[in-house]
Design a protein around this ligand. Structure first.
Ligand SMILES: Cc1cc2nc3c(=O)[nH]c(=O)nc-3n(C[C@H](O)[C@H](O)[C@H](O)COP(=O)(O)OP(=O)(O)OC[C@H]3O[C@@H](n4cnc5c(N)ncnc54)[C@H](O)[C@@H]3O)c2cc1C
Ligand code: FES
Length: 276
């Protein structure tokens, strides 16, 4: 972050662009200031505001882990003006970045625990950063299971590194919504596959991110399996503007998602929004 002015983006350059799916692109960027790039530290789950000059700024999770410092990675789904313009960027193009913002995952407190990641579509992005961080510190954690689903095989992100996840001791369960020619993974919605897998809640933390409808039924499923609210984490995508707790745009009850989130336990969310 710019120490003098938190609204002023740092200049960065796109290093590489990966087309993940028809509407999701991954950008690998480096800050232009090499010293800042070397010193850049963050927690998995923290976000950045990416800006396309003359167009605007939007929020994306940093989905490379802090253990891998060659670049900062962001995966961007094209939904509107800023994301459309981000999709037009190529290697060598300039981009602005204000990061890191938000709280991130308390991964130290997860040491010694079994971990269950449940992701849908682009919702795998915030999970990926924590997952890779855990693979890079594998002996600190117990069983790591990932249930990851998308509409079709073509809508899954990060397919090129699934072998690396498996080699890192991850039990990877992939699912798509319907049968597709050549697909050998599971078929069914993520909450259904969660029920079929039924990972026991003992000593486990469950972390979920995806479309709201998926999260809703995943949370029901986890409750049925006996998970308590403090064992379940999710990351919220509440719209942000300043990102530093000043404008009030992202408040949820008495909390600001940009400062107190975007990672919350179900326990915390229940206190902030009692109707949840
Ligand atoms: C903490 C956080 C982390 C995020 N991480 C990622 C990420 O890693 N990858 C990614 O692709 N996207 C992520 N997003 C969402 C991303 O910020 C928005 O999609 C982006 O701002 C859209 O900008 P735009 O100008 O292209 O679209 P706009 O023209 O601003 O919006 C296009 C459409 O999307 C809706 N929309 C935009 N933002 C949101 C939002 N936050 N919640 C609900 N609806 C919204 C608008 O209402 C509109 O219908 C994250 C958002 C937050 C708050
Ligand atoms: S985005 Fe401004 S207070 Fe959170």
């Amino acid at each position: 972050m710019n120490a003098l002015n938190p609204y002023c983006p740092d200049l960065a350059t796109v290093q590489e662009v990966i087309q993940e799916t028809h509407n999701i692109r991954t950008l690998r960027i480096r800050l232009n200031d090499e010293e800042k790039m070397q010193d850049f530290s963050f927690r998995p789950g923290q976000v950045g505001q990416l800006s396309v000059f003359g167009v605007g700024e939007s929020t994306f999770v940093i989905n490379s882990p802090p253990t891998r410092k060659d670049y900062l990675q962001f995966s961007v789904m094209r939904v509107g003006e800023v994301t459309k313009r981000i999709h037009e960027l190529n290697a060598g193009d300039p981009i602005g970045v204000r990061a890191p913002l938000g709280n991130g995952f308390a991964y130290e407190e997860m040491k010694g625990r079994d971990i269950l990641f449940i992701g849908g579509g682009i919702g795998m992005a915030p999970l990926r950063t924590l997952l890779l961080h855990m693979i890079d510190n594998r002996t600190d954690y117990g069983d790591i299971t990932v249930i990851y689903g998308a509409r079709s095989p073509q809508d899954l992100c990060y397919t090129y590194e699934f072998d690396e996840w498996r080699a890192g001791g991850v039990n990877l369960v992939l699912t798509v919504d319907a049968e597709f020619p050549g697909w050998t993974g599971r078929v069914g919605f993520v909450p259904t596959v969660l029920k079929e897998e039924s990972p026991a809640p003992d000593n486990r933390i469950a972390i979920t991110c995806g479309p709201p409808i998926m999260i809703k039924f995943v949370l029901f499923g986890l409750k049925e399996l006996g998970y308590e609210d403090h064992q379940v984490l999710t990351t919220l995508e509440k719209r942000m503007k300043c990102g530093v707790g000043i404008c009030g745009r992202c408040n949820l009850g008495p909390k600001y998602v940009c400062l107190d989130g975007p990672v919350f336990s179900l326990d915390q969310l229940g206190k902030m929004v009692p109707e949840l």
